[in-house]
Design a protein around this ligand. Structure first.
Ligand code: ATP
Ligand code: MG
Length: 574
């Protein structure tokens, strides 16, 4: 491809609206443009990268016997009502009516549509397993679209759905997908890790997220370098640290704590450590108000709370509700004498002695409150976030924290959707049974952006060859000179003939502009044709990721590029 015929509007300046590197560089390299919040157009360069990621995904899915389909973006409300998700999914589901006032939504995910597709037609255990996938637009009306393609509203996802006769079959399908995902992210040149994850709005029991390491990632990965345990912070468990002393119970005392509402204020004033205070947090849920009791130095993990109590919604209670329930302003809630709400305590607190709690009275706290004697929670469970250094749930070694970008997510759904939608097959005994399902997503556009987070420098993107928009950039420094023009044209023709994806910068621009653009768009291999070299019959071969370049004779240029390209591909072979 010739740059004189290309549409690649590069920007010199950092766009003000872009906070993270991938977003900045995709805008600057002329890969994407914003149409509306969280909605992007892909320009030629950007779309080539997307297509490369898609192709890797497609090849690996096909290799596992999955079959590609193409499902509608517009989905009727009735299907979503069958599973109850029309009401439950919340505002991420963009709903609308057609001219006949029939309700529809834009698909944020396709469990309902796919289950509807196979029920009544996939009938016998002999036809199983089946795995159907698509690579397509998803729409989610995200509350905070940001970071460009990372958290968009319209984005491209690969979603796959497996149908098996039993759990064993599902386990095999899941393993296959796990393996395919590992190969896909490896081929995309990503450093990644698979972590245990919560199943969220999709549902099911077991799930893994594939995380690309990046400091800008929105997810926190909790890991153990001893045994390899890894989980999303939302899900991460930890052992109860040992060593609570055998204290004697002291007598309960109400103390005046004027205007002191935060953990720091109260513990500072009383001269105790934050872990000796029990925070009481009131939440409003779909099952009524609850009070969560957690150690003063911990944070609530709302995902764990929802799972423990089977909640669909939970949010911190409004100030007004807190006042009504506790009889005091926010900041003085405590478990003693708190009626009308379910008390849910973290297991770390089980049996605590002589702790500080709110007194449900303005400006007062209790000291020396004791579990069992002064308050007794209704439910005890793991409801707090792990902290760095907590003991690993498997081996007890200290947990470590890092950040990542979730690029893929696989779920064992079981029979949640097949039962709700009456999707049955006949087993070997002629009995009707619900399909045992799995679902598997990859954010294709997010994967492209995540690549940039991992591979860039101050000058621009450094693509791994497997998903680079082009493999080789030919840079004639001065197109007014015939010898340079001819030499670069000849190499260009040679590379095109060999099937190398090559960009020829035949623009009448200053060399400096061309070098800047070449670095910005990050094509892995560059060949430069300069005046001095041409006279000696050589051009300059350079990898985008390396500082140094080497001279190669013009007549060997095509071969050298081919060899380098092969070796770069070898690096990302699984
Ligand atoms: P997140 O926790 O980031 O919102 P999710 O759990 O909602 O993700 P899934 O429903 O599992 O995501 O979707 C599968 C994949 O689709 C994700 O792993 C991610 O790569 C991608 N994805 C999800 N939401 C977005 C989005 N708003 N923009 C771009 N990609 C997304
Ligand atoms: Mg989401």
């Amino acid at each position: 491809m010739r740059l004189t015929r290309y549409y690649m509007p590069t920007l010199r300046e950092k766009p003000a609206e872009a906070e993270i590197v991938s977003h900045q560089l995709m805008l600057r390299a002329g890969m994407i443009r914003k149409l509306a919040s969280g909605i992007y157009s892909f320009l030629p360069l950007g779309y080539r990268v997307v297509r490369k990621v898609e192709e890797i995904v497609r090849q690996e899915m096909n290799a596992k016997g999955a079959l590609e389909v193409f499902l509608p973006v517009v989905q009727p409300a009735e299907l979503w009502r069958e599973t109850g998700r029309w009401d439950r999914f919340g505002k991420e589901l963009l709903r609308f009516e057609d001219r006949g006032e029939r309700e529809f939504c834009l698909g944020p995910t396709h469990e309902e549509v796919i289950t509807d597709l196979v029920r009544n037609e996939l009938r016998s255990y002999r036809q199983l397993p089946v795995n159907l996938y698509q690579i397509h637009i998803k729409f989610r009306d995200e509350i905070r679209p940001r970071f460009g393609l990372m958290r968009a509203r319209e984005f491209i996802m690969k979603d796959a759905y497996s149908f098996d006769a039993d759990e064993e079959g599902l386990n095999r399908s899941y393993e296959d997908m796990y393996d395919a995902y590992s190969r896909i992210f490896h081929r995309c040149g990503r450093k990644f890790t698979a972590v245990e994850a919560d199943t969220g709005a999709i549902g099911g029991d077991v799930s893994h997220e594939f995380m690309v390491w990046a400091d800008t990632g929105e997810d926190v990965i909790v890991g153990c370098s001893q045994c390899g345990y890894a989980a999303n912070l939302e899900k991460a468990e930890f052992r109860v640290p040992k060593g609570r002393g055998d204290e004697k119970e002291k007598s309960l005392e109400k103390v005046y704590t004027p205007d002191m509402k935060t953990v720091e204020e109260v513990t500072g004033f009383l001269g105790v450590s934050p872990s000796q205070l029990v925070k009481t947090l009131l939440y409003n849920t779909d099952k009524g108000f609850i009070a969560l009791l957690i150690p003063g130095d911990r944070e609530v993990n709302e995902t764990k709370v929802a799972r423990l109590l089977g909640l669909e919604k939970l949010e911190l209670a409004a100030f007004r509700d807190v006042e009504e329930l506790t009889g005091a302003p926010v900041g003085f809630a405590g478990p003693i004498g708190l009626g009308g709400v379910k008390l849910v305590a973290d297991r770390l607190l089980e049996g605590v002695k002589n702790v500080v709690v709110g007194a449900n009275e303005e400006d007062y706290h209790y000291v020396n409150a004791n579990w069992g004697r002064d308050f007794l929670p209704h439910v005890v469970g793991d409801i707090v976030k792990a902290l760095p250094g907590d003991p690993c749930p498997r081996c007890g070694a200290p947990l470590e924290f890092s950040r990542g970008i979730e690029v893929g997510h696989i779920f064992k759904l079981g029979t949640k959707y097949s039962e709700a939608m009456r999707a049955y097959f006949l087993d070997a005994q002629g009995q009707e049974r619900p399909f045992v399902m799995g679902c598997y997503g990859i954010g294709v556009t997010r994967t492209a952006a995540a690549a940039i987070e991992q591979h860039h420098d101050e000058d621009g993107i450094i693509w791994p060859i497997s998903i680079a928009p082009y493999e080789c950039y030919l840079l004639p420094t001065n197109t007014n000179r015939q010898d340079i023009r001819e030499a670069s044209e000849k190499v260009y023709q040679g590379l095109v003939e060999k099937g190398v994806e090559v960009l020829l910068d035949d623009r009448e621009e200053r060399a400096g502009v061309k070098f800047k653009d070449a670095d910005l768009i990050g094509v892995p291999i560059r060949l430069t044709f300069g005046e001095r070299g041409i006279k000696r019959g050589v051009c300059e071969l350079k990898l985008r990721r390396e500082e140094k370049s080497v001279e190669v004779p013009l007549e060997r240029a095509v071969e050298e590029v081919m060899a380098l390209r092969d070796s770069l591909f070898l690096e990302v072979r699984p």
